[in-house]
Design a protein around this ligand. Structure first.
Ligand SMILES: O=C(CO)[C@H](O)[C@H](O)COP(=O)(O)O
Length: 286
């Protein structure tokens, strides 16, 4: 009788080596979460690995780059913009664009073994706001192409419901549609959607890695449920995401819900520990 292949074992210690330069408590929290996430979810048999954007993902790439090259040389990293591509390049790892991935025989959509990425806010049901760094379109493309989305964040990102601590939903749009999108978002109930400015680094709007603009749309805190709700003017995550996506000119919405949700979120805590949260349970690590 054929033997089942042994389960692949993690190959990185969850405990980071001393940092090369002193870290603030928040940086240390992000780094602790990143090492635990990589230790748990990057496996020696992985071939394609998604790498998101932001300040926390820097520590994910640091954790991966501490591994002996012999263990990662067969891996290719799928990046989500110029920042993460530069991180992977500087770490001496191999990267490619997602449109170069070969289709497997079954035409599978989820070709990446795992994708690591940060979050701007995570609710109790693991719905996520992303796009604070303006990379949400490529981040969503990578997440929906991965078998598993592992989210890495710090303790400030956990909320009972989205838009409790993060002020608005980032929306990537085509530049020509700016006025139409702003007006449509107001009709959906956003009191003051704004085109994200590039100041002080750049005069005029932020230009994304896809030559788009970003609109930040505030709404009242969202209901986490997946079912449409008629509770006053409050929207649920899925319904609002779908309505925004229907506006002509919208490329992608920074709400990750349903099949776009992380399987697990690692929160670096202010006491140096890490909270590991799935839909089923919450675990504390030291
Ligand atoms: O969605 C993102 C970029 O578009 C980032 O993942 C998000 O903003 C979190 O960033 P950080 O790790 O710096 O808190």
């Amino acid at each position: 009788m054929p033997q089942a292949a042994p389960a692949a074992q993690p190959f990185l210690s969850p405990h980071p080596p001393p940092p090369k330069t002193p870290l603030t408590p928040l940086q240390a929290a992000k780094r602790a979460a990143a090492y635990h996430a990589v230790s748990d979810h990057l496996l020696p048999n992985h071939t394609y690995v998604g790498i998101g954007s932001g300040s926390t993902i820097v520590y994910v790439v640091e954790a991966i780059s501490t591994l002996p090259r012999s263990l990662t040389s067969h891996m290719t990293f799928l990046t989500t913009g110029h920042q993460s591509r530069a991180l992977i390049y500087d770490a001496g790892l191999r990267y490619t664009n997602i449109d170069t991935l070969p289709l497997d025989g079954a035409g599978a959509v989820r070709m990446l073994d795992v994708a690591f990425d940060g979050a701007d806010e995570v609710d109790a049901e693991l719905n996520v706001i992303k796009g604070g760094g303006a990379c949400l379109f490529q981040e969503k493309l990578v997440v929906v192409s991965a078998k598993k989305f592992v989210c890495v964040a710090d303790h400030r990102k956990l909320s009972p419901s989205l838009l409790t601590s993060f002020p608005s939903i980032p929306v990537e749009i085509l530049p020509l549609s700016t006025q139409h999108v702003l007006a449509s978002l107001r009709l959906l109930g956003s009191p003051s959607p704004t085109l994200r400015s590039g100041l002080p680094a750049k005069a005029g709007p932020v230009i994304t890695d896809n030559a788009g603009f970003i609109v930040d749309a505030p709404f009242p805190p969202l209901l986490p449920s997946q079912e449409p709700s008629d509770e006053g003017s409050r929207h649920d995550v899925a319904t609002l995401a779908k309505r925004i996506k229907e506006i002509v000119g919208v490329v992608e919405v920074g709400l990750f819900f349903g099949a776009q949700k992380p399987a697990v979120v690692y929160f670096g805590m202010d006491d140096g520990g890490v909270m590991v949260k799935t839909l089923e349970k919450t675990e504390q690590r030291s």
